[in-house]
Design a protein around this ligand. Structure first.
Ligand SMILES: O=C(O)C1CCN(c2ccc(-c3cc(CO)ccc3Cl)cn2)CC1
Length: 322
């Protein structure tokens, strides 16, 4: 069971909002945001959408791999901020690029979505299945879910998309661990439909904005992520020391430092780009991976450990050779 990553790509909105720009709009400062999160700026959608960013990413993946859209067998888009409930973003991407052979669906595991999607994709690449190529794209426009009066969350997130084109191969996904803790579901939620005793006409629906108990999510991450990575490594042929790069969900630089410390691994093995993008939820890992590939920080043959964590609460890790 497994795949190789044939190409990587990402797409972000044009507009950039710096910490200083935010300090003009709410009671915050560049100093607070930068020192507590590592974030310096974020890209915010104006004319772009979750769908358009996913389509741009898909087009770049095809162009970089030399694979035609008609060769794709499936498209998975992981998002917690689709432009609509149905059709799925993946189906819209399938139509936009003309991948007429591909089946398509969305997956929502919040910030663990890319990891969960790679695990699902790997199940399609097992002995005897006819599938050869698939897209996994994380795409988010979180800026449309945020309460821009809530400085504890509005400063953390950004918009963007990233993805991979996968090719079936017998090896590839060498170890994985997926988990959830639904007992803490209320710690991170967005778009909740307010319940009502009588039938509420859809036109009157109001969705709740993004809400997070930062302390609870932070506490979950500091123990669940090291644990998940250790379990994924234990299920692989490698030891922690054999991992060349740890690519973690870009939520917070302090969490990454704590995970590195708990794993006893040097911080130099943990590339970070939240400074430029903020937290882009399911898009953060593929954006980071593409930047590492484009800068040649990640080379063919490198052993990677990827980990996503967040809403659900969920966590997931994978060990693979790039
Ligand atoms: O006061 C401080 O220092 C605050 C303390 C709270 N902070 C947090 C807390 C949680 C997250 C977070 C969010 C998601 C959602 O994608 C997933 C995973 C995580 Cl760990 C990000 N920042 C910011 C700095």
């Amino acid at each position: 069971m497994g795949f190789r990553i044939k190409s990587t790509a990402h797409a972000v909105p044009q507009q950039v909002l710096t910490n200083d720009d935010l300090a003009q709009r709410m009671e915050t400062s560049d100093e607070w945001i930068r020192t507590r999160t590592g974030i310096r700026q974020r890209h915010i959608a104006t004319t772009e959408t979750t769908t358009s960013l996913a389509v741009a990413t898909a087009q770049q993946l095809l162009q970089r791999s030399g694979i035609a859209a008609t060769e794709l067998d499936f498209i998975i888009v992981c998002t917690m901020s689709p432009d609509q409930l149905t059709p799925s973003t993946a189906a819209l991407v399938q139509g936009a690029i003309g991948a007429n052979k591909a089946f398509a669906f969305d997956l929502n595991a919040a910030c663990s979505g890319f990891i969960y999607s790679l695990s699902v994709a790997a199940q399609f690449f097992t002995e005897g299945t006819p599938y050869r190529y698939g897209l996994v794209i994380g795409s988010e426009c979180l800026s449309r879910l945020l309460d821009w009066q809530d400085r504890t969350t509005a400063v953390l997130f950004g918009d963007g998309a990233g993805g991979v084109l996968l090719e079936h191969q017998s090896q590839g996904l060498l170890g994985q661990h997926l988990a959830a803790d639904g007992s803490q579901a209320a710690a991170l939620k967005a778009g909740e439909v307010v319940a009502s005793t009588e039938i509420v006409n859809w036109v009157n629906y109001k969705l709740d904005p993004f809400k997070m108990d930062g302390r609870a999510v932070y506490r979950f991450a500091t123990h669940a992520v090291p644990d998940s990575l250790q379990q994924a490594v234990a299920s692989s042929p490698y030891a922690l020391a054999d991992i060349d790069h740890f690519l973690l969900h870009q939520a917070n630089t302090r969490i990454i430092a704590q995970v590195a410390k708990r794993l006893g691994q040097p911080l130099t093995k943990f590339p970070q780009n939240m400074a430029a993008y903020g937290n882009t939820s399911a898009a953060s890992l593929p954006i980071l991976l593409d930047e590492c590939v484009q800068s040649q920080q990640v080379q063919r043959g490198d052993v990677l450990a990827l980990s996503g964590f967040g809403g659900g609460l969920t966590v997931g890790s994978q060990i693979l050779i790039y």
